[in-house]
Design a binder for this molecule. Structure first.
Ligand SMILES: [Zn+2]
Ligand SMILES: [Zn+2]
Length: 601
């Protein structure tokens, strides 16, 4: 044995591998030293990030964990390059998702539960899930300014907080004063399951198989039979006109004649209209009020009064005759039986069809007339295009998603909802003369439970008022997040100096609502774009490119489990290295993250 071999080498570092156990210790130190707290007096230029408040009724998704890590990278980079970074955490709590969940968990129906009680149940769910979400974000090591709900610039915010709702109401009052709000009875998208009107931005489409029924109608003048194909025979009672394409020579002789609608026997005119496609069905189309968007549009265009067949519960109304009270599906089955019995169905084909469905409950929506409040938007489309040009898009091609959406906007924004868990529309109505009282901004109002903040009606002197009981569309709340975080309610000077916000990071699927509505409100309130930069990201998907969803356990990757197994640092490094979510979807699996964790020393 030589002396050399006896020498013992003592490494200075005992453990070469990164030990995730020190992560909470480091995080704790950051909090104690308040190193990420926002100080608005600081001299450095401000870089503000309008983080997307996650909806907290479900746990944080791996996709959110991934994109928040990226936002944190932006925040840290800006801090290191000399900026005072405003990087608040917000939680979204308003609206349908939690209401639907409360109905499910507690086995209740919102419209049959006392409002106070229902709101309490929603809060119960939100408290627990909100805490869990915040915990996941902490474990990820994000450098948010604050983790506690506080009413100051940089504080954590929640969209159902009275302070946040006060801002939502203030913007409404401002729009009201400017004459941008009106109430109107229009045909709107209506979800019978959620029991509320929904805007076009909340409508999704689903490809589905359905029956195309070829039904015999009689022509009144000539007695001949004509065949009309429809997927919605239950709407026969609301059929108002039959059309064919002006180029379709098979039917030119029918122009100006009348068709007799089977079952109901009413007569409707036959006209030519380019909407009818000769290759679809028989080439003859019945236009009902309302089977789909085209029906709505054509009836409006031709000035024909609609006949509604479906009520707001999704059931057939008195116009449907003997089918009254049945659900749409039941009525369809029944009327097909009856038509068959009368020998009126010539054939049935299975076809694939794109149907509009509710974004939340995923069931088909209907078109019903409802009196609702609208915010004007159609007349401002040119200006919205103008402010879109004031913003930089990352990636530049993502701007097209926005442009396409603006182009498609055809009606004003329906902002009232018949729901409970949302920001209340701050209005009272005089019982004597119908005068509408709009309160002064400055506090949060709940007209359904509060006395009107006015003694007497200025018009008729009545002292009786009825509080509005509807709430706002949740996008009406979330589309002022940048105004809220920049301190509009508390420090107008700071706000003026720092608006537009530096960066809006967000997913591509919410361009048509979150980004678009934020732009609309910023335009109507301040006349300019809300952001200097917009980062649009794609999605995190599983190894097979499938959407990661809790409802499909084979795809589900829980961020908490990832952090427990590999540590936050491994996940953060993986997020930084795996692909470019600005341009395409990111594939994710435990194996990929584990692979990256091996590089950590
Ligand atoms: Zn719905
Ligand atoms: Zn009055």
């Amino acid at each position: 044995m030589t002396s050399k071999e006896k020498r013992v080498y003592k490494p200075k570092l005992k453990e070469k591998r990164w030990d995730p156990k020190i992560e909470p210790v480091i995080f704790q130190k950051w909090q104690e030293e308040k190193i990420y707290e926002f100080n608005k007096e600081c001299e450095k230029p401000i870089f503000s990030i309008d983080t997307p408040p996650p909806y907290v009724n479900t746990p944080v998704h791996i996709g959110q964990a991934y994109t928040y890590v990226w936002m944190d990278i932006f925040a840290r980079y800006k801090r290191m390059t000399g900026y005072n970074v405003l990087f608040p955490l917000g939680l979204d709590k308003n609206g349908l998702p939690v209401e639907v969940q409360a109905e499910k968990i507690f086995g209740i129906s919102m419209h049959e539960t006392p409002r106070e009680e229902f709101i309490e149940k929603c809060k119960q769910i939100l408290r627990e899930s909100g805490d869990q979400s915040v915990n996941t974000f902490k474990r990820l090591g994000l450098s948010c300014n604050s983790w506690v709900l506080e009413h100051k610039i940089g504080g954590r915010y929640e969209t159902d907080d009275p302070e946040y709702r006060r801002l939502t109401q203030e913007t409404f009052i401002e729009f009201w004063k400017k004459g941008l709000i009106y109430e109107d009875e229009k045909t709107t998208n209506y979800c019978p399951v959620c029991g509320t009107t929904i805007s076009d931005a909340e409508v999704e489409y689903k490809e589905e198989e359905t029956d195309l029924n070829y039904i015999k109608f009689k022509v009144k003048e000539s007695g001949e039979d004509i065949i009309i194909a429809t997927t919605r025979p239950e709407l026969l009672c609301s059929c108002r006109i039959v059309i064919f394409n002006p180029e379709d020579e098979r039917y030119l002789h029918l122009k100006g004649k009348h068709a007799i609608v089977p079952i109901y026997g009413h007569e409707v005119p036959i006209e030519s209209h380019p909407y009818a496609k000769p290759e679809f069905g028989s080439g003859l189309v019945m236009i009902c009020s309302f089977g789909d968007y085209s029906d709505v549009r054509i009836l409006r265009e031709l000035g024909i009064e609609p006949i509604y067949a479906i009520d707001e519960k999704g059931r057939m109304n008195q116009n449907a005759g003997k089918y009254q009270g049945l659900t749409v599906e039941e009525a369809r089955k029944k009327i097909i039986q009856d038509l068959k019995a009368e020998g009126k169905i010539v054939k049935t084909e299975r076809i694939r069809q794109r149907r509009p469905i509710c974004w939340r409950s995923k069931n088909p929506i209907e078109f019903v007339p409802m009196k609702e409040y609208y915010l004007k938007q159609v007349e401002f489309k040119d200006e919205i295009f103008r402010i879109a040009d004031e913003m930089n898009f990352f990636a530049p091609e993502s701007k097209q998603i926005l442009i396409d959406w603006i182009n498609s906007v055809g009606i004003d924004w329906v902002i009232s909802r018949r729901r409970f868990y949302g920001t209340e529309i701050p209005l009272w109505y005089c019982e004597g003369c119908g005068y509408i009282y709009v309160p002064k901004p400055g506090r949060y109002y709940q007209p359904w439970r509060e006395k009107a903040p006015i003694e007497k009606c200025p018009k008729c002197g009545s002292t009786k008022f009825r509080g509005e009981d509807r709430t706002f569309d949740t996008w009406f709340d979330s589309s002022t997040s940048e105004v809220y975080i920049l301190g509009y309610l508390w420090d107008k000077e700071f706000f003026k100096k720092n608006f537009p916000c530096s960066l809006r990071p967000q997913g591509k699927e919410i361009v048509r609502n979150w980004l678009y509505f934020t732009m609309l409100k910023a335009l109507l309130l301040f006349g300019k774009a809300p952001f200097r930069n917009v980062w649009i990201h794609m999605h995190v998907v599983d190894e097979e490119g499938r959407k990661i969803s809790k409802s499909r356990p084979e795809t589900w990757i829980d961020p908490q489990e990832v952090i427990n197994r590999f540590g936050a640092e491994a996940f953060r490094i993986w997020s930084g290295l795996e692909g470019n979510i600005t341009r395409g979807d990111i594939r994710c699996s435990f194996e990929r993250i584990e692979g990256t964790s091996k590089f950590l020393t």
